[in-house]
Structure formats: C-alpha cells, structure tokens
Ligand binder design. Sequence first.
Ligand code: EPZ
Length: 424
Amino acid sequence: MDKLRIVGGRPLHGSIAVSGAKNAALPELCAALLTAEPVELRNVPRLRDVATMRKLLDNMGVQAETHGERGGFTLQAPTSLLPEAPYDLVKTMRASVLVLGPLLARFGRAKVSLPGGCAIGSRPVDQHIKGLQAMGAEIVVEHGYMVAQLPAGQTRLKGARITTDMVTVTGTENFMMAATLADGETILENAAQEPEITDLAEMLIKMGARIEGHGTSRIRIQGVERLHGCEHAVVADRIEAGTFLCAVAATGGDVTLQHARGDHLDAVIDKLRDAGVTVEDVTEGLRVVSSGAAALKAQTFRTTEYPGFPTDMQAQFMALNAVAHGASTVTETIFENRFMHVQELQRLGASIRIDGRVAVVEGVPRLSGATVMATDLRASASLVIAGLVAEGETVVDRIYHLDRGYDQMELKLRALGADIERIQ
Ligand code: EPZ
C-alpha cells in the first residue's frame, strides 16, 4: 500500500499545471453513452476514479481508444451494449450512478448496483430514483440493484418538472443527461450550479442537446431525437487548484497555477484573501503568494452548495486554519461525517474540537510530523498540507484515497520544491 513521506518546512515556488476536473470528467465519460457516434474527450485527468469509470463503460461494451496527447481518448457506445453496472465496480465509486440517466435515455433500460455508503456519509441515491421516475422510468430496487425500464410500449422517457428534496450535483447531472433524449421539456427547479454542471451542459450542447439555464438553479432541457458525437476538453479542476492555493498559503511561497480559474473559486479565494494571502488572476491562471501560516489569520466558514464555500475544500482549509493565528469554526452542512481528517490532524498537534457539524479550531504555532492515515479523498489532501508545514517527517498512509482524485500530486509538489516522495 503506497504512502507519502513528507519533510515539512519548505516554502513552495514555481509553476504547475492544474489537471482536468474529476467531477466533470466522470459525468462526461457517461455522456458518451448517449450516442452511437465517437466522442472525443481531452484534458482528462489521470485518476483512479477515471480508470474505474472507464472499466465500467468497457464492461458494458463501450469501445475506447487512447490517444497520446494530454490525457485524451475517444469513446464509442455501440447500440448492442450491455446496460449494466455491477456491484464490484460501483462499490468503489459512487459516481457510477451517473450511468443510470444516459442508459435509460438511450436504451430504455438499466441495471445499476446501489453504490453503498462511503467514509463521508451514507450518500443515498433516492433523489436520482425519484427524478427519473418523474420522467416515466419504472425503477425497482432488488438484491442491491436499481433495475430500471420504460413502461411497456414506451420508447422514450418523457420530460418532467423535477424538484429534489435537496440540491444534488450528480442528481442534476443524471437528470440533465436523461432529459436530452426525452420526449418534451424537462425543468430542473433546484438544480446544482457547480462549474462541472456547466461544463457537462456545454458538452451535451455540442452533441446536439437543447439546454439553457445551466449554471443557475433552474435548468430547462428540450428533448431531441438523437445526439451526435463531439470533441470536448474537460474544464480545469477547481478543487485541485483550491488545494494547491491552501498548500502555498500554509507553507509560504509564490506559485502560479496554470489553467486555474478564479471565477470558479470565489468563496475560497475570498477567505484566503481575508486570511492575508495574495491571490491574483494572471494570464496563465492564478498566482498565489504567502509568507506562511504564521502571518495568516484563521478564517471561520461553513460549507454550502455552489457558489458557496465547497465541501470538497473543507478539510484542506481546516489544515490551514490549524496553523494560522486565532480561533475559527468550520461548519460542514452537506455531509454528515466529513470530519474524519480531524483526529489525524490532532496526531500532528492540531488543536480541534468537534461539536456535531461544527469543528472549533485553535491555531497552533507549529505541528510536529507523525504517521497519519488517509480516510477519504479530501482528508488525504488535508494531511498532505499539514505534513508540508509540520516539523520533521510525516508519513501519510493509505494514499490510494488521494490517487482517486489527484493527478500525481506529489510530483507537482516536488516540482515546487517540497520534500515529498511516494514510498511503497
Ligand atoms: C458530488 O457528489 C461530488 N462528486 C462530491 O465530490 C461533492 O462533495 C458533492 O457533489 C457535493 O458538492 C462528484 O461530482 C462525482 P450530492 P454527490 O448528491 O453528487 C444528499 C469529491 O471529493 N443526497 O450533491 O454524490 C447527500 O447525501 C466528491 O470529489 C441524498 O440524500 O453529492 C448529501 O448529503 C466527494 N439523496 C447531499 O445530498 C440523493 O439521492 C449532497 O449530495 C443524493 C444526494
């Protein structure tokens, strides 16, 4: 099992490229199911979750051809495809649920394993089922699978108005993809507004879909008979960019993040500026300058749906608060168990107290290196940031969690001057 060994205390300098967004690439891979024509995706990040999704599509019979240039490949979903997603693949990645909408829209049936929970919460998919049933799908849950089909005699889903009980990112993506081929108009009344939704919509529009309102809380889709192939470059990963912003803020230094988009990170950048970090838009992307955590003021924040402070940045910013000046409170409103990084940060000397959904953080003058264990994707990133500033050596174990969502993070950090290496 791979580990990362980090010796803290080094500032970061230089320029690195931010990869394509995991949470855009995953739905966009599924969008290839909506047409029999070739779909070319570029700037796809090299991640475990992307490899898992490709295995899932391959298992159905989707042909994929990798071409050399920057993380690109072409997918083709033939009409004679097996519309099923088995438990052994789905259990490792809940985003597999994103095949449900496209399979129903194009093939009229699907058998998709329930994802099961994960470290950060139970993460049900009841809203996905509810929305697709509103579009006419008959879905039963049996033996751990969602078995979905259209009513006898129907060849297409039908447009519907969908209001979910809460804002759901992958729910919005499932409904949007399903609606592109439905009969009539679909309106998503409380849609998620993440930039990854907008990027997916732009790809679907290139395929011939009729979508408007993407990026707002109300999305309207007019169904069409069929979609054609397209070529699309995955948008830059705002969470990877935000993670590096927090790393440089903590260690101190001056780094340029190529392709990063400040307009996708307003809530995080506002908090970093309030803390005393310089973040500016430059032609290559974003430039971040900091004299290190000792000069920074800890920031209180609460996670909410986009454009609010992203839950996927909560653990990373908490690591920064742990070594900045003063007390701060971190409130996690999206997931019920997304504080798994806290006890590991405490092993490094952080002073954090949890009270339900609120963590109270007291900044400490220094952390001391130790062996810690990654528990989920963003918790791993938080421990790496803490290790970069802790005195002495930190070993982060179980970094397969990190590899799910970060494209060669340790190589990028080494390029910036960090003393970090992967050990088996
Ligand atoms: C997406 O997960 C992201 N994953 C997550 O990123 C991200 O943390 C999350 O959105 C919130 O921004 C991908 O895009 C692949 P939700 P998703 O449906 O869609 C509840 C990362 O680190 N809910 O928006 O699964 C749910 O339990 C990952 O990259 C239901 O109750 O999240 C949660 O409390 C982690 N029933 C809330 O809604 C449902 O049917 C928001 O979940 C669906 C969701």
